[in-house]
Design a protein around this ligand. Structure first.
Ligand code: ADP
Length: 354
């Protein structure tokens, strides 16, 4: 049987030992040191002693440590199955009519794509989520009819691109609001999928088109947001009630700051747009977490697209991805500070003494 979370109190119970933070969860995942980092003799700055309690220590100096608190902390030993097990309650709630947003944030090279996409041998959250949705839909076949479709978008320099579109259109894609209040992008491909094989084919088309028109695919993907949207329509066969829900699975652009020497031309524009959209995302979630009266969704394409799945009774999960290496300390602290703010918790001063 699969966990089916009907209410937030139940979800809070499942995420044990964590203060109730409404519908926003932040999980921190640290990748292993790479072979190159090991052979270069780089040290680790991450302390996982209290990782089980959601505490992560960062050694900021010879005798200083800063502690961060999250809903979950994954060490490099935790695998894709461990991570997905914790995301599962959110995923299943999509079939109960909730809107959900799961995204990976962090410096380039910290494992955002590994967590969301994974590899063929070691699949990530996207594939496992869709597989689980089909599985549960099958289990509920006597009571519900589900219709699942997926779209794959990329946001680069504040422009939306449909990665499933085969027609080379130069028309700008815009976000519109439907009569029911749903935000959508008219004209994008919504591929109907019936099983995980079809999903895999669609994801392949999406990642192939990401490569088109860029000299360096890795560089391009680190500077754009890759967004998978899963639409679920359901009909309750007992009551006749129909619901629509939306799940966003997002691999964000790298959060690293641009070196001053690179700050010109196209690179500068890219960096400013990434900065703008990631700050907008932080501002929206912070405004939600602190119950602000104004939620600034319209400040970026990213937050505008995600609007239905951020706030209200929708559920949000952020993976903050970090590197263990001493050479990435500044970026790691910056990502952890961002994630802490997203949880709606003010930052305290660094603790003395390790
Ligand atoms: P990003 O998307 O943040 O730029 P990647 O997902 O491309 O980062 O990860 C960078 C490298 O680190 C890849 O080779 C990836 O396979 C590896 N990696 C990341 N996270 C893990 C992990 N938890 N376990 C093993 N390898 C990982």
């Amino acid at each position: 049987a699969h966990a089916c979370v009907e209410s937030i109190p139940e979800l809070n119970k499942m995420v044990t030992g964590v203060q109730a933070l409404g519908n926003i969860r932040v999980f921190c995942r640290c990748r292993p040191l790479s072979k190159q980092e090991i052979s270069a003799g780089f040290g680790q700055v991450v302390d996982f002693d209290a990782a089980k309690d959601g505490d992560l220590g960062i050694l900021t100096g010879a005798s200083t440590k800063k502690t961060f608190k999250f809903d979950r902390v994954y060490t490099p030993k935790d695998n894709q199955v461990d991570v997905f097990a914790d995301a599962l309650p959110l995923v299943t709630s999509v079939l109960d009519g909730y809107n959900v947003c799961i995204f990976a944030y962090g410096q380039t090279g910290t494992g955002k794509t590994f967590t969301m996409e994974g590899t063929e041998q070691n699949r990530g959250v996207n594939y496992r989520t869709l597989k689980q949705l089909f599985q549960i839909a099958k289990e509920r076949i006597d009571s519900f009819i589900y219709n699942i479709s997926v779209s794959v978008l990329e946001v680069y320099n504040e422009q939306i691109r449909d990665l499933l579109s085969t027609s080379p259109t130069s028309k700008r894609l815009e976000i519109k609001q439907s009569a029911e209040g749903f935000h959508h992008v008219p004209g994008i491909v919504q591929a109907q999928v019936e099983n995980i094989k079809e999903v895999w084919d669609v994801l392949q088309i999406g990642s192939n088109s990401r490569a088109v028109g860029s000299n360096n695919v890795n560089e391009h993907s680190s500077r754009s947001h890759c967004m998978l949207c899963v639409m679920v329509k359901s009909k309750n066969l007992m009551t006749g009630e129909c619901t629509k829900s939306k799940l966003w699975l997002v691999d964000l652009a790298g959060s690293e700051r641009l070196a001053k020497t690179d700050a010109q031309g196209e690179r500068l524009k890219e960096a400013q747009n990434i900065n703008k959209s990631l700050s907008a995302l932080g501002d929206v979630i912070y405004a939600l977490a602190t119950k602000s009266s104004h939620i600034p969704y319209r400040n970026s394409k990213l937050t505008h697209l995600l609007q239905d799945s951020l706030g209200g009774d929708s559920k949000t999960l952020m993976f903050v991805q970090i590197s263990p290496s001493e050479t990435d300390l500044n970026e790691t602290l910056s990502s952890l500070n961002f994630a802490t703010r997203v949880r709606g918790v003010e930052l305290g001063p660094a603790k003395r003494q390790v």
